[in-house]
Design a binder for this molecule. Structure first.
Ligand SMILES: [Zn+2]
Length: 242
């Protein structure tokens, strides 16, 4: 049964009791919201929903990524005009991931820390509306997922990031974030040896933490099989970004 199918079942019968399978973390945080009239729905991979006052199902497995819970530097590029659209895509610079992805991020943070490194996040959960804005500005399937198919970012299970040294300076990765050029590809040897080493360091940390990589973008990592996670629109978020 697909996650979508289970979601349909869940909408009809919303108090299915949670059962732990898949990532084994499903029984986590939804109960943390106390005093609210919410219903917990298990959709197959730890996707939690509650009903808001209008009776609409709201995702509950969306975790805010911010210090001190997550020792990262959040610098969302799409909350500034310095992105391919030339204007801020996010009105509200919030960084979110699905719980499973957030747990993978914690592993990467823990692996980087003993090396004196921290992660700087350029983008994480990207509402479907934002993917359309980026796609309309640059409909290039080499570097952007067609919003009709859905980006892993819009499923809340992808993150764009780089490494910071002890002084808080970005390691040289050979190109900036979102440089849509072959020089951004993994395995490109036209960038400096130092940049190649830094990319491989990030690749090693992230893959050891359980992430999959995308060969055309040194900064992009995502969970395996991202299509098992439904797309997230701005209105699905605990707090709107757009
Ligand atoms: Zn990305």
């Amino acid at each position: 049964m697909t996650a979508l199918h289970l979601l349909r079942v869940a909408r009809v019968k919303p108090d299915i009791s949670p059962v732990g399978h898949g990532d084994g973390h499903a029984a986590g945080g939804a109960g943390a919201i106390e005093g609210q009239n919410f219903q917990r729905v298990h959709e197959g991979f730890g996707h939690w929903h509650r009903r808001d006052n209008a009776g609409k199902l709201v995702l509950m497995d969306i975790v805010p990524i911010a210090p001190p819970e997550f020792d990262v530097d959040v610098a969302l590029a799409y909350a500034t005009p310095a992105n391919i659209t030339g204007q801020p895509v996010y009105r509200n610079a919030r960084c979110w991931l699905r719980r499973t992805a957030a747990q993978h991020l914690q592993r990467a943070i823990a692996l980087a820390a003993p090396l004196g490194l921290r992660l700087r996040i350029f983008d994480a959960l990207r509402p479907t509306e934002a993917q359309w804005m980026l796609w309309n500005a640059r409909p290039d399937p080499e570097f952007l997922a067609d919003p009709r198919r859905g980006s892993p970012h819009s499923r809340g299970v992808a993150v764009d990031l780089t490494l910071l040294d002890r002084a808080g300076c970005e390691l040289d990765m050979g190109t900036p974030f979102d440089a849509f050029t072959p020089r951004s590809h993994h395995g490109d040897i036209s960038v400096s040896v130092e940049a190649q080493q830094n990319r491989l360091l990030l690749l090693g940390l992230m893959t050891a933490a359980g992430w999959d990589f995308y060969r055309n973008e040194w900064w992009h990592y995502q969970l395996f099989d991202p299509r098992r996670f439904p797309l997230v629109a701005d209105a699905d978020l605990p707090e709107r970004m757009m």
